[in-house]
Design a protein around this ligand. Sequence first.
Ligand SMILES: [Zn+2]
Length: 631
Amino acid sequence: MALLGLALWCGALAGLLEVAAVVVHKRFLDTNKLLNMSRHFIWLVPLTDLLIFLLVGLAGSAALLLKRSGGRWVTVRVLGALTLLPALLVVFPQIYGLAWLLVALGISARVVPILERHGAGVRRVTVGSAPILALTVAALAAVPWAADRMAQARERARPIPAGSPNVLLIVMDTVAADHLDLYGYARPTSPAIDEIARRGSRFDAAQPTSSWTLASHASMFTGRWPHDLSVGWHTPLDDAEPTVAEFLRRHGYATAGFIANTTYCAADSGLGRGFTVYRDFQFAELSPFRMAVMVRRSLEGLQVFAETIGDTLDLGWLKSGATRVVERFESDRKEAAAVNRELLDWLANRPQPERPFFAFLNYFDAHSPYQLGPRRVHRFGVKPTEEREYRLIRDWWDLDKTRVAPRDLAFALDAYDDCVASIDEQVGKLFDDLGRRGILEHTWVILLSDHGESFGEHTGVYLHGSSLYQTELHVPLIVVPPAGTRVRPLVAETVSLRNIAATIADIAGPGADSQFPGNSLARLWAPSSPEPGNTGVGEGALAELVPNETLGSPPADPSRRPTPLAALAEEGWSYIRREGDRHEELYHLRDDPKEQNNVAASAEDRPRLERMRQAVSRMTGGPLTTDRFNP
Ligand SMILES: [Zn+2]
């Protein structure tokens, strides 16, 4: 039993050291400031380490029971090494795990005999400190819980605004407008959204401020262009600019976010600021254990081992077996149906149903890998059956797409359309549910996407966050008003989604003092609004991007190294320029919606080019440079 107690003591210490190492590493050493973990890691990591050490302790105790001499000797040294290992792995992630294990075993082999010579004293310290370790883990577990309770109490104490409507913002992550039949796509991918759009206003030329998640969302929440914000591929949104959720909460709204994109929308992205309730990681199957570095690194090791041995000895079962094990620890991809369920549960259990709400949903189903959930319908593609197809979908993000065969590209595109149609089905179900509960009566719903998706329409351009072409920038935007409010069915004017913050503040009521940059789009959908183009709302839709070098295969040609891009869309034209060498592209979207014919050099369109170039320079306040994105 003494051995088991020692194992648990070491486990608690290892867990707390690992948490401290994560905090220090992120704060001072790592250039990637995103945690990529749930905020509950502070207690789930020590708990996982405790379980691992319990297993080691049990194995050691079993060896003792079997009267294996030396069982205790080995176990104590292994426990000593494992106590040091997690913190080392966290602080120096670039070094092989196996190398650290050997180092830790070496240190343990030296230190344990010294400690054993002072047996009585060491026992006193471990026994004496055990309650402190246990209490610390319990206190860490209480931190997120207490923070939530306090935020809820503060929300309940605020006066309830009279007559304010609810606002529901639904972001269909990665859904390109050009893949919805609502916007003219040949496949019936959006029957439900089509139906919903008839009750509201459809914007035909809406554009995000960038072609990737965090920059796009951060602009929608603050009204600021990306170059004014702290967000980068590895940098969260800081608290320099107020968010629309903070604004509405201050005005007495209940605020809640239910998000599935845990890479760039989880609480660590900064987008959760202002939301009293924020549900990101859902902890399916064994995924909570993956936060502990020993589990994560062991799974990586297992996969490399299975791939290498499996390929060498042609053991397919080994590779697929390892993949299945790893997937049980990774199955935290939240489907749209689960996001809907979270929202509906929250609505049903609100302590003050009379308080207006601002809810934000983010669906991730159309984001690569384009994998449908087990019970979903494959409408346009076939379910991957062969290992090759399965891997094609799973590894699409990292694949060198220049080597992908046309039929594989078609397979991936079918899979994406399946995912888009699946989101459409879930949007329809959510509207049915909200309608049955009478919530749509007094709710504004804003349905949009944060960016589109490329499939090689331009040479070498795939996924998103890789270009500022319309494949990645043309997004759906539908506004459905509360019952009895008339809106213009169609808005043709080009609008930027950076206006979403000002728009939400406006329709919620207290907009006059919101001070979010940009303009409310409400003027455009008002039935009495002037003809498109004369409203003064459209300032042109600016978009900015520093391509992510880790995306796909970096160009071999050094002149095509990622450099910031700026783009402007207005009045049926799109202008794109590369800030490094000032390469420019100009497309007339009405004649050339797929942007195949660059007219930047045409004399006829020279005045337009000049005007758009100057507009971009004015809006960005000078050329965009990488350091302007990540100050
Ligand atoms: Zn996104």
